[in-house]
Design a protein around this ligand. Structure first.
Ligand code: GCB
Length: 615
C-alpha cells in the first residue's frame, strides 16, 4: 500500500506515462465478462473518456442510471527500456470496486472508489510492445461499501442504486490513470512530523523548526534527504532512513499564507543515485487546546465550505479547470478552509490547498451510516423495513464494515499524511451516534487513526441533527465537535426561523456543558436556493431567504467564543439522485453548479473578508 500512496512524480530515476484518454467501455449487466474473455477485448464497446464519470455523457436513462459491472479496456505500449525496473499501473481512483487484467491475466483488485492503488505488471507484460489493459468495475452499494447504500432490482431485472446519501452515485475511472516506472530498489514512503520553537517574539511566520522524518525503501542502501526552499536553495540535509532535520528560522506554512519546502529523498550507492523522489512540504503544527484550534500555536477561525467533486457532464471526473475555479471562488469569498465532504478528494486538490494555504478537514468516504428518514429515503427510494433502525446494531457492521472502514482510513492517512493543508481528519459524516453500539466502533477507528497519523492531527466526525447534545453517545472520541445542523431549512424553516436561533443556542449551550474544553465548529448549515428566484418578503427557496438564513447563523456564531469555524453547505449546487426533495440536484450552493455566485455569496464575502484567519 505504501508505494501506491506516493503521488506519482518524474525525477532523475522515475518515469510516468499517462494512460488518460479514450478507453473502450461496455456495461456487463449479466456479469459474464470474465467468463467470456472481455479482459482481452470488449465485444461491443463504445468509447469513454478517462478521467470522467460515465453517467452524464450518455443521453439515455438506462446508461446514466446503470448499476452493476462495467468494463474499461485500452491498449498500452510498455517501453522495453523499463524492463530493468518496476512497472506499475496507478489508478488514482476506480469507483467503487475494481479488478485489473493485463493481457487477460488478473493483476490487481481494489475496493473503495476514492483512493489510489497500483497494479504491478512486470510479470505479464509484453515489453516494447502493445498490451491489453482491462478493468472490470462495479458501482453497487451495500452496507459493506463506503459510502453506504443498497442496490435494488427493478421488476425488469435492472439494478438501481439506493444511496444512503444525496449526492449522485457517480462512478467510473474518475481520476488519472498512469503507467509508472520506478527502480526496483525504491522509496516507498516518507513520513514527516513538524515541531516549531516559537519564542517570545514569535510573529507566526518564522521559527526554528525540527522535522522528524522516516523513509521506507525496498532495499538496504543509504538514504539522504535534502531540503530546498522556494528559491531552490538548500537549507538543510540529513543522512539515514530516519532522523531529525533542523531548519533555522523556517518559513512556516500558514492559513492563506503558504510556504512549501521541497524535500528531496535519494537512495544512494556512493555517488550514484538509485532512486529519487520529492514532495512539497509545508512546515506547521496543528493542535486543539482550551476550546481553540491552533495552527503554529495561533488560534484560527475557519471560514469555508463543505464541497463536492461535481460538475456538469464530467460528474465526479477530475477536472483541473473546474477545480481551479473553485479555489478562485473560495479566495474571492474570503474562505480559508474546506471539508472534503464526503470522500477523499483527488490529490491534485490537496496540492492546490497546500499552495493556497487552505485548512482541509479530510473526510473518509464514510457517509450514510444512519438508517432513518434523513438518509434521503424519499429521494432515493432506499426504504427498507427489513433492516434495524440503528446501523451499528447490525453484526456485519461491527465486523465486515469495520474492517473496510479501517482499511480505507489506512489508505487515506497513507496518501494524505504529508500535506500541510490536511489539518484534521473527519472519520464519518452523519453516523448514527444515538446507540451504545456505536461507541466501541468509534473508539476502534479513532484509536487507529491516532496510531497511524504520526502528526497526530485532530480527529472528529460530522454530527447529525438527530443526535444532538445529550443524545449523541460518541463525542468523547472527537478532538473538536463538528455539527451539521439545518435550522432554517429542515426544521424551523421559513417564518419559524427565529425559533431556529433559540433552539440552536440551547443545544450549543448543552454541548459546551458536556465538553467545556472542546471547540465547536459548524460543518453544515444552509438552505436550498434556486438561483434567480426573488421574493419580497422572502420565501424558502428564494435568494433573499438564503441570505436570511446566513444572517441567523452569523448571529449564533458570534455569540460564543468557543465556536471556531463556519462551513456552510455547500460551495456549489451539485447533482443528486432524482427525487421529491431535490429539483435536479441539491441547491444549497453559495454558487451555482456552473460556479456563479448567488446573492448570499456577496453577504458571506462581506462577513468573511472582515474576519481574520487568525484571531
Ligand atoms: C446533510 C448531508 C449532506 C446533504 C445535506 C442536505 O446533512 O451531510 O450530504 O447534502 O445534508 O442538503 O440535505
Amino acid at each position: 500500500m505504501s508505494f501506491a500512496s506516493l503521488y506519482p512524480r518524474v525525477t532523475a530515476t522515475r518515469r510516468i506515462q499517462s494512460m488518460n484518454g479514450s478507453w473502450d467501455f461496455q456495461f456487463d449487466p449479466e456479469s459474464c465478462g470474465v467468463k467470456e474473455g472481455w479482459a482481452n477485448g470488449l465485444p461491443n464497446p463504445t468509447d469513454m473518456p478517462v478521467p470522467a464519470s460515465f453517467a452524464d455523457v450518455f443521453t439515455d436513462k438506462y446508461s446514466r442510471e446503470y448499476t452493476g459491472d462495467f468494463w474499461y479496456v485500452t491498449e498500452l505500449f510498455v517501453p522495453g527500456e523499463w524492463k530493468d525496473g518496476s512497472v506499475d499501473i496507478r489508478f488514482d481512483s476506480a469507483t467503487h470496486a475494481a479488478t485489473v487484467f493485463v493481457n487477460g491475466t488478473e493483476v490487481a483488485r481494489h475496493e473503495g472508489g476514492f483512493l489510489p492503488f497500483v497494479a504491478h505488471i512486470n510479470d505479464v507484460v509484453k515489453w516494447n510492445d502493445y498490451n491489453t489493459v482491462a478493468v472490470r468495475l462495479n458501482n453497487e452499494l451495500s452496507w459493506q461499501t463506503l459510502p453506504v447504500g443498497e442496490t435494488h432490482t427493478l421488476p425488469d431485472g435492472t439494478k438501481t442504486s439506493a444511496p444512503y446519501f444525496d449526492f449522485y452515485n457517480y462512478s467510473g475511472l474518475q481520476r488519472n490513470v498512469s503507467l509508472l516506472y520506478t527502480p526496483n530498489e525504491r522509496i516507498e514512503d516518507l513520513d514527516v512530523v513538524h515541531h516549531i520553537d516559537a519564542g517570545p517574539d514569535f510573529n507566526g511566520v518564522f521559527a526554528d523548526a525540527r522535522v522528524d522524518y522516516r523513509v521506507a525503501t525496498s532495499g538496504d542502501h543509504d538514504v539522504e534527504v535534502v531540503v530546498l526552499d522556494e528559491c531552490g536553495i538548500e537549507v538543510a540535509r540529513a543522512e539515514g532512513r530516519e532522523g531529525t532535520i533542523d531548519i533555522a528560522d523556517a518559513h512556516l506554512w500558514n492559513l492563506r499564507a503558504a510556504y512549501l519546502y521541497r524535500f528531496v529523498v535519494r537512495i544512494k550507492d556512493g555517488d550514484d543515485v538509485i532512486d529519487e523522489y520529492f514532495d512539497e512540504i509545508g512546515i506547521r503544527t496543528v493542535e486543539v487546546k482550551d476550546c481553540r484550534i491552533l495552527v503554529n500555536g495561533r488560534e484560527v477561525y475557519l471560514k469555508g465550505f463543505g464541497r463536492h467533486e461535481d460538475s456538469d457532464i464530467h460528474g465526479r471526473g477530475f477536472d483541473p479547470v473546474v477545480n481551479k475555479r473553485d479555489y478562485e471562488d473560495m479566495k474571492w469569498i474570503g474562505a480559508n478552509s474546506f471539508r472534503t465532504s464526503h470522500y477523499p478528494y483527488a490529490e491534485e486538490q490537496l496540492y492546490e490547498a497546500d499552495r493556497d494555504g487552505f485548512f482541509v478537514i479530510d473526510e473518509a468516504p464514510t457517509v450514510g451510516m444512519f438508517k432513518s428518514t434523513m438518509n434521503f429515503l424519499g429521494a432515493s427510494g432506499a426504504v427498507s423495513d427489513e433492516k434495524p433502525k440503528t446501523f451499528f446494531d447490525e453484526e456485519s457492521v461491527q465486523t465486515e464494515t469495520l474492517a473496510v472502514h479501517r482499511r480505507t482510513l489506512e489508505e487515506m492517512v497513507a496518501r494524505d499524511k504529508r500535506h500541510a493543508s490536511v489539518c484534521a481528519w473527519s472519520l464519518l459524516n452523519e453516523p448514527d451516534t444515538t446507540s451504545e453500539a456505536a461507541v466501541a466502533y468509534f473508539e476502534n477507528i479513532f484509536d487507529l487513526v491516532a496510531e497511524i497519523d504520526t502528526q497526530r492531527r485532530p480527529k472528529t466526525y460530522a454530527s447529525i441533527m438527530m443526535a444532538p447534545a445529550g443524545v449523541d453517545k460518541t463525542h468523547h472520541v472527537a478532538d473538536f465537535i463538528m455539527l451539521n445542523r439545518y435550522h432554517g431549512w429542515y426544521v424551523n424553516g421559513g417564518y419559524a426561523i427565529s425559533k431556529g436561533l433559540i433552539d440552536m443556542k440551547a443545544e450549543l449551550e448543552r454541548w459546551h456543558e458536556l465538553e467545556p474544553d472542546k471547540p465547536v465548529m459548524f460543518s453544515e448549515y444552509g438552505a436550498d436556493t434556486m438561483a434567480g428566484v426573488h421574493k419580497l418578503p422572502s420565501v424558502m427557496w428564494s435568494e433573499e431567504y438564503q441570505v436570511e438564513v446566513f444572517r441567523m447563523w452569523s448571529e449564533i456564531f458570534d455569540s460564543y467564543d468557543w465556536i471556531v469555524g463556519e462551513q456552510p453547505w455547500n460551495l456549489n449546487d451539485f447533482q443528486t439522485t432524482e427525487g421529491i426533495m431535490r429539483v435536479n440536484g441539491n441547491k444549497k450552493g453559495l454558487f451555482t453548479r456552473d460556479r456563479q455566485p448567488k446573492m448570499a455569496a456577496f453577504y458571506l464575502r462581506d462577513r468573511w473578508t472582515a474576519i481574520p484567519d487568525y484571531k
